[in-house]
Ligand binder design. Structure first.
Ligand code: MTE
Length: 316
């Protein structure tokens, strides 16, 4: 884990201002103005590598932590994306090679209406902001203002069969541009999975951007999963395929090291990784002072019921 240099300009300060305007706009009862406000106050350039603003209005969600957000610089320069590089600070440059159009997300398996969605259609779904704590299994964390929509919205459109119990996800795999994959020591395409009730939970989103802008390549453009109560590796990037299944899907890290990474991977300070403790974490951008890791990453009120009666040491 490298130490990140504090940002010199403060895009997040610009952003906070913008958020206050948005809040004022919403308090005035005018959600329609939100999009316009985003456009007017979107930071233009500076020393950050910008992506285009999200088109249309961005709703505000009731799911938002008020903890200090990590800066755009931090979120976009300390990444795990093994297809491109195993160096967290090396991903941003290499992932820029990924071609984002044409891009489709194919949804099939145990569904009544298998569909190939074009990404530009998906980007027109109503988007909202979700400010989530994001806890990586490697014991660091960030607070990230994602933009996206509940995964449920997409799954409902394809009408899962009653027999569907799980959802499997797959990332694009193009070894010609994803050169890091040859040395990563895991198999590709990167695959992940959730139980259907986890996938349908309102906290589970498909994220299309962050800080009001389209998703940067290195964070999983054009669309990635975010499951805030699970370790970061469950939040699979650059998704091209979603499949509803009856059986528990295979997942990249549990295939690579089954004794270290389980299917559930809920953030749990009481279940250590075999090689390190999960009791504490370091917030990127702060000094090396460790903070306590919270059960389900602090989302226990919302999600603990999903696991009632389950032995979380066994189903780790
Ligand atoms: N998705 C793909 N396709 N490939 C990856 O290597 N890394 C995972 C997850 N999703 C990964 C992935 C891990 S280990 C983490 S911690 C998060 O992405 C990191 O997301 P971030 O770079 O946006 O912070």
């Amino acid at each position: 884990m490298g130490k990140i240099k504090e940002n010199e300009i403060t895009p997040e300060a610009v952003y906070m201002n913008r958020r206050n305007f948005i809040r004022a706009g919403l308090l005035a009862g005018s959600a329609v103005t939100t999009g316009a406000i985003y456009k007017v106050f979107a930071p233009s350039g500076g020393n950050i590598k910008d992506t285009a603003p999200i088109q249309g209005e961005i709703g505000r969600s009731s799911f938002a932590t008020d903890e200090k957000q990590n800066t755009f610089e931090e979120i976009t320069n300390y990444n795990n994306f093994y297809e491109f590089s195993s160096s967290k600070t090396g991903v941003a440059e290499k992932a820029a090679r990924m071609n984002l159009r044409p891009w489709t997300v194919e949804i099939g398996g145990l569904v009544h209406k298998p569909t190939v969605f074009d990404i530009d259609g998906i980007l027109r779904f109503p988007q909202e902001e979700r400010i989530y704590r994001f806890r990586c299994v490697e014991a660091w964390s960030m607070v990230i203002p994602w933009v996206g929509f509940p995964l449920k919205l997409l799954l409902d459109k394809v009408e899962p069969f009653g027999s569907a119990k799980y959802v499997a996800f797959e990332t694009l795999y193009d070894p010609n541009i994803m050169r890091g994959s040859l040395a990563a020591g895991i198999d590709f395409p990167y695959v992940e999975g959730l139980r259907l009730d986890e996938a349908m939970h309102p906290l589970t989103i498909l994220a299309t951007g962050l800080y009001g802008k389209q998703m940067p390549h290195q964070n999983g453009a054009p669309i990635r999963l975010v499951v805030p109560w699970k370790y970061g590796f469950k939040s699979i990037k650059s998704i091209v395929r979603i499949t509803l299944t009856a059986d528990e899907p295979r997942t990249t890290w549990s295939l690579a090291a089954p004794n270290e990474y389980g299917f559930y991977s809920n953030v749990n300070p009481d279940v250590d990784h075999p090689r390190w403790s999960q009791k504490r974490e370091r917030r990127i951008g702060e000094d090396w002072t460790m903070r306590d890791t919270l059960m389900f990453n602090g989302y226990d009120d919302e999600v603990a019921h999903l696991y009632s009666g389950m032995d979380l040491k066994k189903y780790f």
